[in-house]
Design a protein around this ligand. Structure first.
Ligand code: NAP
Length: 251
């Protein structure tokens, strides 16, 4: 029997990460559901296991080098060498530039950019050894600029540069790197934005849907479908790309 591929999905306790973890498991991969607090991964792991898949929960802060090394070692030990990585963990610290604190800036850079760097550096070792791999990083339509998100827009654009460079460096090992740039996806992250703007969540979603050509907001499964494609065997000639998944051509 062909060996089962092993994936790590970061920030997979909930939201988009949880949907990607479930989708990759249903595609036949063993999945490490990584999140800040290992206990928070229970729901995603049990959803996968009860659907007949293979998964473990791993607690780690992706912005801390030692924690990342330990997490990847644990996955290798318990599931096998990881060759699929989805850099999804993320936080928001929105503020207009004149009110943005050093901490707002540093925290967002640490999780999204440093986190993706550390995770990728740790996992690519296994990909290069296997002569096969898939890296998918979550960018955003905010990479094109978004009011109140100087920190977030900068890191989401940065992840696109990281993706293209990984595609150049790792292509020779049959490792592809691609980014997904979601538009408006209904998750807790957006609920927090609605709360901050003091707009009821349902009203926030309705307002957003009116601006989206397909007439609805996105769901985590819309992003999971794109991730599944990039991670598939047949996507082996697609690398260094950014796919905007936003219900229309504009961010
Ligand atoms: P979410 O519901 O807030 O989930 C993010 C997950 O990441 C949470 O489980 C969170 O854990 C975890 N996390 C945060 N910091 C971490 C760290 N240092 N180490 C490990 N895990 C960490 O967010 P989402 O909406 O699903 O977003 C997922 C990704 O898609 C993010 O990169 C986001 O920027 C991107 N994205 C989202 C949208 C959207 O509309 N929702 C649009 C474009 C891009 P805790 O719960 O413990 O904090």
């Amino acid at each position: 029997m062909e060996q089962q591929r092993v994936a790590i999905v970061t920030g997979a306790a909930r939201g988009i990460g949880a949907a990607i973890a479930r989708r990759l498991a249903s595609d036949g991969l063993a999945v490490a559901v990584l999140d800040l607090d290992g206990a928070s991964t229970v729901d995603t792991v049990s959803a996968i296991v009860s659907a007949g898949g293979r998964a473990i929960g791993v607690g780690a802060d992706v912005s801390v080098a030692d924690a990342v090394e330990q997490a990847v070692a644990q996955v290798t030990e318990e599931l096998g060498a990881p060759t699929v990585l989805v850099n999804n963990a993320g936080i928001l610290r929105d503020n207009l530039i004149f009110k943005m604190t050093d901490d707002d800036w540093d925290a967002v850079v640490a999780v999204h950019l440093r986190g993706a760097f550390l995770m990728t550096r740790a996992v690519q070792r296994h990909q290069v050894a296997a002569g096969w791999g898939r890296i998918v990083s979550l960018s955003s339509t905010s990479a094109l600029g978004n009011r109140g998100q100087a920190n977030y827009a900068a890191v989401k654009a940065g992840l696109q540069g990281l993706t293209k460079t990984l595609a150049l460096e790792l292509g020779r090992y049959n490792v592809t790197a691609n980014a997904i740039a979601p538009g408006f996806i209904a998750t807790d992250m957006l609920r927090a934005t609605a709360d901050r703007m003091k707009v009821p969540y349902e009203q926030f979603l309705e307002g957003a849907a009116k601006e989206i050509p397909v007439g609805r907001v996105g769901q985590p499964d819309d992003i999971a479908a794109a991730a599944s494609f990039f991670c598939s065997e047949e996507a082996s000639f697609i690398s260094g790309q950014v796919l905007y998944v936003a219900g229309g051509p504009k961010a």
